[in-house]
Design a binder for this molecule. Structure first.
Ligand SMILES: NC(=O)c1ccc[n+]([C@@H]2O[C@H](COP(=O)([O-])OP(=O)(O)OC[C@H]3O[C@@H](n4cnc5c(N)ncnc54)[C@H](OP(=O)(O)O)[C@@H]3O)[C@@H](O)[C@H]2O)c1
Length: 231
């Protein structure tokens, strides 16, 4: 997909990967909707970036997600790209998991993107196509002692995304996954010997990526229609 003049909705756009992704889409000539819970922060960013709209959303609340999509549609008349980036870290050891916190994480990081896709896909089909990128995590490939809840949620998101891709690819809607490794600010120690991986990419997972490098991969995923992009 050619990014120029496309309407791109980025969740979690107030910081980190989402902010870097929004900035790159703007530089590529897109019109960008910056969504996050902190409306003031995305409004401040929108003032500095041309062709943007700031929208408040809490991804744990389906009504707010639907409202975010409706606001985008009302303002720009279409949605070409949805970047489901908003997410949070919640990682403790097994015995200290707070089930209510874990349920909240599943609600924001799995049901949130799911509702955003459910609301956006009919619009994309109507307008003749679109692209969705769900931000997963490269860390999910390694079973580490304290990377349990966020990475488990990403594993569910992975399967939802791949199945949704299969369901809609022939209808012009491309659903993709990007698996960032840990951004620089969140660097953690290399894996210990007892840690188990289920892919051969174990060593790569612990290299550092800047939010800008991850943003570049997200944009490349859209431009080339890639299904799954590891960093
Ligand atoms: N950090 C890592 O090590 C890492 C590694 C691999 C993958 N990832 C994934 O990459 C994505 C972005 O991570 P990041 O490192 O850029 O995180 P970040 O800097 O903490 O940014 C998270 C963004 O999500 C928003 N957000 C959080 N909860 C939200 C909610 N319930 N509703 C709406 N917006 C919400 C935050 O804004 P508000 O607080 O204003 O809502 C913020 O804009 C996440 O999905 C994360 O799981 C991260």
């Amino acid at each position: 997909m050619d990014i120029k003049d496309k309407v791109v909705l980025v969740t979690g756009a107030s910081s980190g990967i989402g902010k870097a992704t929004a900035e790159l889409f703007i530089r590529k000539g897109a019109k960008v909707v910056l969504a996050a819970r902190s409306l003031e922060e995305v409004k401040e960013l929108a003032v500095k970036m041309p062709n943007t709209l700031a929208v408040a959303v809490d991804m744990t609340k389906p009504q707010e997600i639907q409202q975010m999509v409706q606001e985008t549609q009302a303002f720009y008349g279409r949605i070409d790209v949805l970047i489901n980036n908003a997410g949070q870290e919640l990682n403790t050891s097994m015995e200290t998991i707070d089930v209510e916190n874990f349920a909240r994480l599943i609600t924001s990081d799995v049901y949130g993107p799911l509702v955003a896709m459910q609301t956006t896909i009919p619009l994309m089909k109507q307008q003749g196509g679109g692209a969705i990128v769900n931000i997963s995590s490269g860390v999910f490939q390694t079973a580490r002692s304290t990377l349990l809840q966020a990475e488990s949620a990403k594993s569910v998101l992975n399967m939802i995304s791949l199945n949704t891709r299969t369901e809609y690819i022939d209808q012009g809607v491309s659903v993709s996954l990007v698996y960032p490794r840990e951004p620089e600010a969140n660097f953690q120690k290399p894996p210990k010997r007892r840690e188990v991986t289920h892919t051969k990419r174990q060593t790569d997972v612990h290299k550092l990526d800047s939010p800008e490098a991850i943003a570049a991969k997200i944009v490349e995923t859209i431009e080339k229609g890639i299904a799954v992009e590891f960093l």
